[in-house]
Design a protein around this ligand. Structure first.
Ligand SMILES: Cc1cc2nc3c(=O)[nH]c(=O)nc-3n(C[C@H](O)[C@H](O)[C@H](O)COP(=O)(O)OP(=O)(O)OC[C@H]3O[C@@H](n4cnc5c(N)ncnc54)[C@H](O)[C@@H]3O)c2cc1C
Length: 473
């Protein structure tokens, strides 16, 4: 007998016969506490989250997912769904419930002639880059190659190509989905179009996606990209230059700012290591011959402390930030959307970065705009189609004794920035304690339609372990 938590917060005992029947029906495996692989499956990128599910189904195909969903629904179990395990809120694993772990489902099929990729939900960005870049193809995803394609896509998805090609969801063509009923359906612009609308930004609320089909575009395999590091003391000049540069930038150029302590990068003089810096990270996805010329102004915001920029494989650039974002650290994020930066925002950020609570904390400014804003706010569930910048506060540390000071730093900075922000937030950047922000902040005017679709597709809220949209209507 194994005790499970139900979705209503009770405990239910499931006897070994029923568990064996579940196990026997799977192509994948059923893991209980103590089984080999159980701890790997429950470990998430954010080490703040340490949850022990009663059981984990390690699915290897849609049939496993259907069976596990039916088992959870019939037994009214608390259910969580794990893709790449990167979400900051850590909802991919639950205490005492059933987890459907999709991370073994990594197959990727590229059709170079049709420029389409079929991707299973356990694939990481690195898997996607490897298979698509073999054909000189890609689609917009994120900037850290160990992130899961599934969670990133379902929340929206943006990165170096988004100003040119839109969000990841703007390049999503079709999905296979297992609904809360256990039924397998397909969704696209022409099939179950309402479900397809909801899945493009609505996160894991509407079903479990077992296959994503993306439209691909020619890219690389080399792009012109890099890092230009300025001392934080030059921040005013850098911000001035950055504001002018981004206002005039073409869709092929994306430039982000990262404010943090300089890591010991080999291209930086040793005396810069550990000092506060403001880093321009950029990627040009247009004609490679024009990359150097287009990036030149970024080197002239002041006197850089060091730079590493030039032609490089896109897949390598996608992994450039991985060493700073390894799994296993404690992390807490706060995030705001902005239509414009201003002198107050810049001053607030500089003041906060001058008193970072740990050496690994950073504030970054992601440049949005371009094609991400040429889709209507109601055309997909992701509503933030007027945002030019996303500011994300990445608080990151190792020792639990530092939890309070690190979290307080992020919250204080978040509050100080709030009067200048839109009030909106990218759903994939929301920590666990922000569920009250889901309706107005993450979904705004799209929330009512999402809540009605939740009532249609998941009336009992089986998929509750996410940035939850409650069924209404
Ligand atoms: C270091 C780092 C860098 C990041 N950079 C970017 C970036 O550049 N751009 C960007 O857009 N985002 C970025 N993100 C945010 C990222 O998009 C989210 O964390 C996303 O949720 C990760 O997806 P995952 O599959 O790895 O996560 P998981 O934690 O496994 O899943 C997140 C949630 O998605 C749902 N889910 C997962 N798989 C499925 C499925 N197949 N069907 C239904 N529901 C599912 C579940 O509710 C789950 O709780 C970054 C995150 C990190 C930690």
């Amino acid at each position: 007998m194994v005790d499970f938590h139900t979705s209503q917060g009770h405990t239910v005992g499931i006897d070994s016969q029923r568990l064996e029947a579940l196990r026997a029906g799977l192509r994948g495996s059923l893991l209980l506490s103590g089984d080999a692989g159980y701890d790997v499956s429950r470990a998430l990128w954010n080490a703040m989250i340490d949850r022990r599910p009663a059981a984990i189904v390690r699915a290897v195909g849609a049939a496993d997912v259907m069976q596990a969903v039916n088992f959870a629904r019939e037994n009214k179990l608390l259910l969580a769904v794990r893709g790449g395990g990167h979400n900051i809120a850590g909802k991919a694993v639950c205490d005492g419930g059933l987890v459907i772990d999709l991370s073994a489902m990594k197959s990727l099929h590229v059709d170079p002639a049709a420029k389409l990729a079929r991707v299973e939900p356990g694939a990481l960005l690195s898997d996607f880059d490897r298979e698509t870049q073999a054909h000189g193809l890609s689609t917009p995803t994120g900037i850290n190659s160990t992130t899961g394609m599934a969670g990133l896509t379902l929340g929206g998805g943006f990165g170096w190509q988004s100003r040119k090609r839109g969000l990841t969801i703007d390049n999503l063509v079709a999905v296979d989905v297992v609904l809360a009923s256990g039924e397998f359906v397909q969704a696209s612009a022409t099939q179950n179009a309402d479900l397809f609308w909801a899945l493009r930004g609505g996160g894991g609320n509407f079903g479990i996606v077992t296959s994503f089909e993306y439209r691909l575009h020619a890219l690389g395999p080399e792009v012109h990209a890099g890092l230009i590091v300025y001392p934080l003391a030059h921040a005013r000049q850098v911000f001035d230059g950055y504001r002018k540069f981004t206002a005039a930038a073409s869709d092929e150029m994306t430039a982000w700012l990262v404010m943090r302590k300089a890591p010991p990068l080999p291209f930086l003089p040793e005396k810069v290591h550990g000092t506060e810096v403001i880093v321009v990270a950029f990627c040009w996805v247009g004609d490679p011959a024009r990359g150097e010329e287009m990036a030149q102004p970024l080197h002239a915001f002041g006197t850089p402390a060091g730079a590493h920029a030039g032609a490089m494989p896109f897949a390598a650039w996608q992994a450039a930030f991985d060493p700073l974002l390894t799994p296993g650290a404690r992390n807490y994020w706060k995030s705001h959307d902005f239509k414009a930066l201003n002198a107050d925002v810049e001053r607030i950020l500089c003041d906060a970065v001058a008193r970072l609570p740990s050496d690994e904390c950073e504030a970054f400014i992601a440049q949005m705009g371009g094609q991400t804003n040429r889709v209507g706010a109601a055309d997909t569930a992701y509503p933030h189609r007027d945002v030019e910048f996303i500011v994300n506060l990445h608080t990151r540390w190792r020792d639990a004794a530092d939890d309070r000071k690190c979290i307080d730093w992020a919250r204080g900075l978040f509050d100080a920035l709030a009067p200048h922000a839109t009030g909106g937030v990218y759903v994939n950047f929301m920590p666990e304690d922000e569920m009250q922000r889901v309706a107005a902040g993450a979904y705004g005017a799209n929330h009512a339609r999402l809540a009605a679709l939740k009532a249609k597709y998941d009336p009992a809220n089986l998929f509750s372990q996410n940035q939850n949209i409650r069924p209404q209507g």
